[in-house]
Design a protein around this ligand. Structure first.
Ligand SMILES: Cc1cc2nc3c(=O)[nH]c(=O)nc-3n(C[C@H](O)[C@H](O)[C@H](O)COP(=O)(O)O)c2cc1C
Length: 399
């Protein structure tokens, strides 16, 4: 299943910020996600980046002048506004923020923003002093009060040489927030979903851990897929190399116990708990306070104790649970056994013998339930596996 941006009409407004060059990366990401992207440059933006860059990326004419319509706009100055599914302004200058707040329409971008009924996402960028100015802050608040999604600015080193707030947020985050906005009335709207991810880490001493080869990709894909269908998602994740996804409350944990302590209180108020995290079955019986030294005996024997399985304790008045089983042998028998023990409606089993699934963007799973035949899915992107798990979970959720 394609992601939610596929086939959507995105209007991307680019304004006269030094961060305008990053809009090329954003454009490319949107195009690669399958969106039809129409770019509007303000006159100031066109002095910093060329229309040709965006035309090359989108294969569409770029609008730079309200009075020189392109084929996309024909002679109708609100044509793009009407067909847009979302209007993104990134980067958005303090000047354009003020113009949107004031209802101005003196160029193609502001006219489009005034005329559109689509969701609007604004990602401001600029000098820290400029953005901290009360006038700019008040204008941004006006935008938020009117339902505009304002993303950033982020903190860091600025082109002015200052270090502070004013950086355009990462284009990947803008794409994530756009997906969330487009999906807000999806079939998971109003649902609270908890997803766990990553491989937990059990401390041996202050610097060493026992962990596993889980990359977290399956959990992150699930969290993003649920967000894109309108869910309010909390991701509880053990360490991974992945960035926090946009629009998802992300709680970082280390050990299996920490994950339990983060997840169980959330269950009271959740509709769905999906558990792809690879939670360590064992932990060292004792964690050393100081780093263990090389010993004269040339070796070290670790005593391990079993972690409790806390999934059976996860409960809430509406909670539906989906467990995962990673097996290297007897996949079906082991998965079915776990289905009973964990109190889950579904169990997603994958054969991890050979280790190929770890870190991969693809996965081949079988979904077991008590009330239907096992569903064996062919190898597919983890995002598509996530979509299928959400499809299968939805009928169990309380109405
Ligand atoms: C090199 C350069 C970089 C600029 N960067 C920013 C910026 O990051 N944020 C901002 O609010 N204004 C920035 N400005 C000022 C705007 O370009 C100026 O306010 C302009 O009127 C904005 O027009 P627009 O909002 O129609 O694009 C910059 C100006 C120059 C010359």
């Amino acid at each position: 299943m394609p992601n939610i941006l596929h086939g959507k009409n995105v209007v991307l407004g680019v304004t006269g910020s030094i961060a305008a060059y990053k809009a090329a990366d954003l454009t490319s990401r949107l195009v690669q996600a399958g969106a039809r992207v129409n770019v509007i440059l303000t006159a100031s933006a066109a002095k910093l980046v060329t229309p040709m860059t965006f035309a090359g990326l989108t294969h569409r004419q770029v609008v730079t002048d309200l009075f020189e319509p392109t084929s996309e706009m024909s002679m109708d100055h609100v044509a793009l506004a009407q067909k847009a599914d979302i209007v993104i302004v990134a980067p958005c200058t303090a000047n354009t923020v003020a113009k949107i707040a004031g209802g101005r329409a003196d160029d193609a971008l502001t006219a489009t923003l005034l005329a559109t009924k689509a969701a609007v996402l604004v990602a401001p960028a600029g000098d820290a002093n400029m953005f901290n100015n009360p006038a700019v802050q008040a204008n941004l608040q006006t935008l938020r009060d009117r339902g505009v999604t304002v993303v950033g600015p982020a903190s860091g080193r600025l082109a002015s040489g200052l270090v502070g707030q004013g950086r355009l947020v990462d284009p990947a985050l803008i794409v994530g927030f756009a997906r969330q906005l487009l999906g807000r009335s999806g079939d998971y709207a109003g649902r609270r979903v908890i997803v766990t991810a990553g491989g937990t880490q059990e401390a041996i001493d202050p610097v060493r851990v026992i962990t596993n080869r889980s990359s977290g990709k399956m959990g992150y894909a699930l969290a993003e897929a649920a967000r894109d269908r309108g869910a309010d998602v909390t991701l509880v994740t053990a360490p991974t190399a992945l960035d926090d996804p946009a629009g998802i409350e992300t709680i970082q944990v280390g050990s299996a116990d920490e994950m339990r302590d983060a997840v169980l209180p959330l269950c009271e108020n959740a509709d769905l708990l999906v558990m792809p995290a690879a939670i360590s079955d064992f932990r060292p019986a004792n964690t050393a306070d100081q780093k263990l030294k090389k010993s004269a005996q040339n070796g070290l024997t670790l005593e391990l104790v079993q972690n409790e399985d806390w999934l059976p304790d996860a409960a809430g008045p509406r909670l539906v649970k989906v467990a995962f089983a990673a097996e290297t042998e007897d996949l079906e028998a082991n998965a079915l056994k776990k289905l009973g023990v964990k109190g889950a409606k579904l169990i997603v089993a994958n054969d991890v013998s050979g280790g190929a699934v770890f870190g991969s963007d693809k996965n081949a799973v079988t979904i077991f339930s008590r009330d239907s035949e096992p569903e064996r899915l062919p190898e597919m992107d983890k995002f598509d596996v996530a979509e299928r798990i959400l499809d299968r979970s939805l009928p169990y959720l309380s109405s």
